[in-house]
Design a protein around this ligand. Structure first.
Ligand code: TRP
Length: 349
């Protein structure tokens, strides 16, 4: 564990404590890329966490990072359609547009304009060192990093600072971007006077839930159960899941990772314990295990899916929420940009 990780972990714990004692003092910004519909890994990994924070009274600003889609791919795909699906997933999950601001960053010009002063505060060498950018480029299989991708950490700083968010729930992989955001805030404040809070990461617990083939979940591998799938589609996905030939079901994450993964999934949906579920299935084999998992997943997600179907029937609901969210994000961004210009001596009659 290096020093910067330890410091981030301590800040995260402090935020955790503050959520319990003073949730009203926190403004949280979270971001997702609109590259497809959400799956159960997203749900148990992060959505559930956001819902908990929402119910505890933390203000939530939910960003859909549409510009990020063009950082590591030449073809963005159906971004508009993906944004729509993502919104349906958020709403069906229980994100409440009365309390949460949901917006796309491309629709907020003043947010993007913050990039100009922010870019002047970071060095090219600093950007070239960012491990997350390098890793994302490697994952995407690209050898030449475009300018937007190189500067993306600064764009992410604008995403976070435009609304002066002080908490950002992320996985470990995003820590370099949060650190960059803190640096941008600090340097801006030093140069132009106190303006931005230095936000902290709220480190989320990883669920380490794997895909149905026992490898890391990834839409392109077809090993994910999407929130929007029907009960039948879910059953088919689980039926095709990898298990082993041992009929006696045991919970052994190291020795039998695929079986353990299915047990974990059932346990999450039933709010139970994987080892107990294994005992209950006993000698039933893979078939009984899959039956149990299918039942658990379909039961758990039935209300969410019913809400989603209802919402999807009227496209105007989702559109209206986005219009409202983008309007509010623009108001916040305009206020911040006006203050930034004032501080920089660039505010004119
Ligand atoms: N970079 C994040 C990801 O790839 C998404 C994101 C964009 C984000 N802007 C953000 C996350 C601001 C937190 C805060 O998942």
């Amino acid at each position: 564990m290096n020093d910067s990780f330890r410091a981030a972990a301590e800040r995260s714990a402090a935020i955790e404590a503050r959520i319990a004692t003073d949730p009203g003092s926190l403004r949280m910004l979270t971001g997702d890329r609109p590259t497809g519909a959400l799956h159960i890994g997203h749900y148990f990994g992060s959505i559930q966490n956001r819902l908990k924070l929402q119910s505890e009274g933390v203000e939530i600003i939910q960003l859909i990072a549409d510009y990020q889609v063009i950082t590591d791919r030449e073809v963005g795909g159906d971004i508009r359609g993906n944004v729509h699906q993502l919104l349906l997933d958020y709403l069906a999950s229980g994100l409440d547009p009365e309390r949460a601001t949901i917006f796309t960053h491309s629709a907020v010009p003043a947010l993007n304009q913050l990039l100009l002063p922010f870019l002047s505060l970071v060095s090219v060498a600093e950007l070239q060192r960012n491990p997350t950018v390098k890793e994302e480029a490697a994952t995407a299989g690209i050898t030449s990093i475009n300018g937007l991708m190189l500067t993306y950490p600064v764009h992410q700083a604008a995403d976070i600072l435009f609304c002066k968010a002080n908490v950002v729930p992320v996985g470990k992989d995003q820590l370099p971007h949060i650190e960059q955001t803190r640096v941008v805030a600090r340097r801006f404040n030093e140069r132009y006077g106190a303006t931005f809070p230095e936000p902290g990461a709220l480190l989320s617990e990883v669920t380490n839930l794997l895909g149905t083939d026992g490898t890391k979940m990834s839409k392109s591998k077809g090993n994910v159960i999407e929130l929007r799938m029907s009960a039948d589609e879910t059953a088919r996905k689980i039926k095709g899941a990898k298990t082993d030939s041992d009929r006696k079901i045991t919970y052994d994450p190291d020795g039998r990772p695929e079986v353990a993964n299915l047990l974990k999934l059932a346990a999450m949906c039933e709010d139970g314990d994987p080892a107990t579920i294994a005992d209950e299935i006993g000698d039933g084999g893979g078939g009984a295990l899959k039956g149990r998992v299918t039942e658990a997943v379909n039961t758990y997600f039935a209300p969410l899916r019913a809400r989603r179907t209802e919402l999807a029937a009227d496209a105007s609901i989702v559109d209206e929420i986005l219009v409202g969210g983008n309007q509010r994000a623009n108001e916040i961004a305009d206020t911040t940009l006006a203050e930034v210009r004032e501080k920089m001596g660039m505010s004119y009659p």
